[in-house]
Ligand binder design. Sequence first.
Ligand code: 5AD
Ligand code: SF4
Length: 480
Amino acid sequence: MRKLNIIEYPNIDKGRIRLKSFCTYNYSYVPSDDLLLKLKNKKYFIKTHGCQANIRDEETLSGLLNSLNMERVETKEEADIAIINTCAVRENAEDKVLGEIGEFKNLKAKKKDLILCICGCMVGQPHIVNKLTDTYEHVDIIFGTHNIQDFVRLLDIYIKNPGTRLVDVSSKSGDIYEDMPSLRVNKFKAFVNISYGCDKFCTYCIVPYTRGKERSRDIKDILKECSELVKQGYQEITLLGQNVDSYGKDLNSNVDFAYLLEEVAKLGIPRLRFLTSYPSDFKDNVIDVMAKYPNIMKYLHLPVQSGSDSILKKMGRRYTKEQYLDLVKKIKEKIPEIAISTDIIVGFPNETYEEFLETVDLVKQVGYASAFTFIYSPRKGTPAARLKDDVSYETKVKRFKELVEVLEVDVNKYANSLIDKVIPVLVEGPSKKDPNILTGVSEANKIIHFVGDKSLIGKIVNVKITKNHVYSLVGEMINE
Ligand code: 5AD
Ligand code: SF4
């Protein structure tokens, strides 16, 4: 076995602790001359799994490697450093990652100098790090979501002790690092973190352990980042937080999410979105700001998870079905054109068919424009994973399919309502299936295909919708 240098090992119990305070630092690590010389003009590959927070982390990692004069490549075969940025939210995501890590074995046998790094939420779990260090010996560096700012330092340590594997996964409630270099994935759509971590501790969810304590960025840092994006010509900003509605609660000021949203909207970005909202923290003043600014997309992702009060309680979600429906009603009254989407988990331990039908009923009452549905996946260390579960996986799959069918009725209805309408579409690029067709997104994040010139990529154009394919739509561009 290769030598192993453990700087810090993840610890779920430590990950649960919430220290009151956190610090904001400015990133300042200076790489050694040796590292700069060794990596200059070398190539890196990054594969990211999971949510937008991970995509944003990928951009920081790219920025760090770029600052070492490295160049990004799109295939692992070309790479001198390869990073797999992982997701732990469900088991199938983890299985996929383990398969990918396994595939590197042959490549590393051929290319001995390749440095394979694994980061992200998955390695915040001790049993995963054990597995990687015991059975995936070709992995060189493992670092956690709280150690992104340490990445270049870890590379420095690694090249001084080549061959010695490194593990540095802190479980301490994280701090905030500003001024990290960043290389954005997209040239016209940007993610901006407004807070990190989550303090909700929904009983099924691993995120509060892997991403740590909820902490808000200072509003001046957020506004500075957003203004720069506006100046650079970005068309869309998505403000990111596991729970955007609790933004500012930990800052010693009167700043809340509605205030921040309004300040960002005033900067004049053509499209403004935010993710993710938590129903019982969602305040009326956010609805007012959304209604007031045309550049705030009339789209809201409002995860409900379940429509059954008993299941919501067991999930640790702090609202009832009725409260959720009241909130939706209030939002629709003030913003009639709003498109609402959601996340739903089917098959929480011991969920009965009657409880499941409460979700079906809620879905019918809301009429979602789109939805993300998941089968419950036990996450080691979470309270729900300790529950004995009497419901078979087959039953869960059956219910899952039943729910998807019900959801599709409204998704289709929403899509149909767009037929013959002229809507603004942000053009993303050529369609994957047909390079002569362009793909873009509507205000409500619907995928729209239409014929147009590649020069329109990154622009917002008007498209008349002609055909509905449920999960995507077809249209014709309207020239002004
Ligand atoms: N099993 C299934 N789905 C989950 N999610 C979070 N944890 C789990 C889990 N253990 C879903 C929730 C959340 C979305 C990002 O992932 O619906 O909103
Ligand atoms: Fe997980 Fe709940 Fe926090 Fe969302 S709000 S990240 S589901 S714990």
